[in-house]
Design a protein around this ligand. Sequence first.
Ligand code: BGC
Length: 428
Amino acid sequence: MTERAVRTHSHEFLWGTAISEYQVSGAVGCPHSNWADWEIQRANGSRRIARGRFSGNACDFKNKYHEYIAIMKELGTNAFRFSVEWSNVEPREGIFCAHALTYYSDFCDALINAGITPMITLHHFTDPGWFAKKGGFENEENISYFVRFCQKVFESLGHKVHFWATINEPNIYMFQGYLRGVFPPGKNNPFLALRVIKNLLEAHTRTYTALKNMAHGIQARIGFVHQYLMFYPYTSWNLFERIPGFMFNHILNTAILNFFKTGIFKVMNYEYRALSGEPMIDFVGLNYYSRVLVKAQMSISNPFVPACYPDEIMTDMPYALYPQGLYDAIVTVSQLNVPIYITENGIPDGKDDRREKFITEYISQVHRACADGYDVRGYYYWSLMDNFEWDLGYLKKFGLCHVDFETKKMTVRAGGRSYAQAIKKYSE
Ligand code: BGC
């Protein structure tokens, strides 16, 4: 990417885009997922998904992936990150679907033939319905089901896929599902939340070991994907804003990164040591969007609101553009001493009037980090196209491509094309 990065690390820089299966195929494409159940539930009389929407078949990715691969090429990308949907591969406990594995194998071939390096995520927020009914990652004994699924996928694709991300963002899975309750199972229980994170870290470690022991395991690069999400007080002296942020930062970031440094996950009196005794990762996948500014307000039911400073540019979600944060995140995760891939970075921008600025400024921070000697080896924009944004349904538009969800027609946005320009600029 930069002369220095290329000289120091001599790796082809990966310029990619990213998706997850449920977000592009929806409940119709993933009918056995716990999200397919979740979407049809009601809580306090309202639907779970914004505006009462259902995901349907989202972008109909399975039938349209050849067209999307053509767009990946047109944009000049050479990498793609996607998830393998566990509930499609193992729709019922212990019953593996050969057809689903063949689909992923064909898809990988199509990417590779187009010169695009695949990166597989083995868990991206969704669980099979049967696994969720057994308590999912709340129960330590369930981890072995996940490891078995990962082994199946690796057995089928390990010879053609080099990059493997075990679990996407345990911190967000826990935060949304066990503290905010806006993802399944819709709980609000801090003790359970800690146990879930601990089990996800253990699931990562056990999967890493299991895959390394399989054919092609040693050569494979197996990593972990972390969203670096930091809370800052709106007013630095305000303790009401500092203290909650401090706690969240510890649980959502520091404790998890410490686990990968030391093999110990510790939050106050809660301590867990990896069974293997040492952290295991070949790379860290860093997802970064922005920081959260915590502002106190006079309301007992809702004492804190996310905010932004008057001179900042907001995205369509409650956070502003904050490119400096990506550099800071790279510096922090570099302490793990493994190569870094930015596995997600993108902007919700329905008007497409801030995407170019976002892409230009965030990528320039990646460039700066490489020039300063940090071992960043890839950048994946989230997302290639608009897709199902979980509890927020279809309201948020992250895509380089606009998607008409009625006709499934996709069109590359002007702001999306700025990614192609950035790739060209930094690849010369
Ligand atoms: C998740 C994606 C999500 C994105 C944008 C990340 O936390 O991995 O699934 O769409 O954020 O909100």
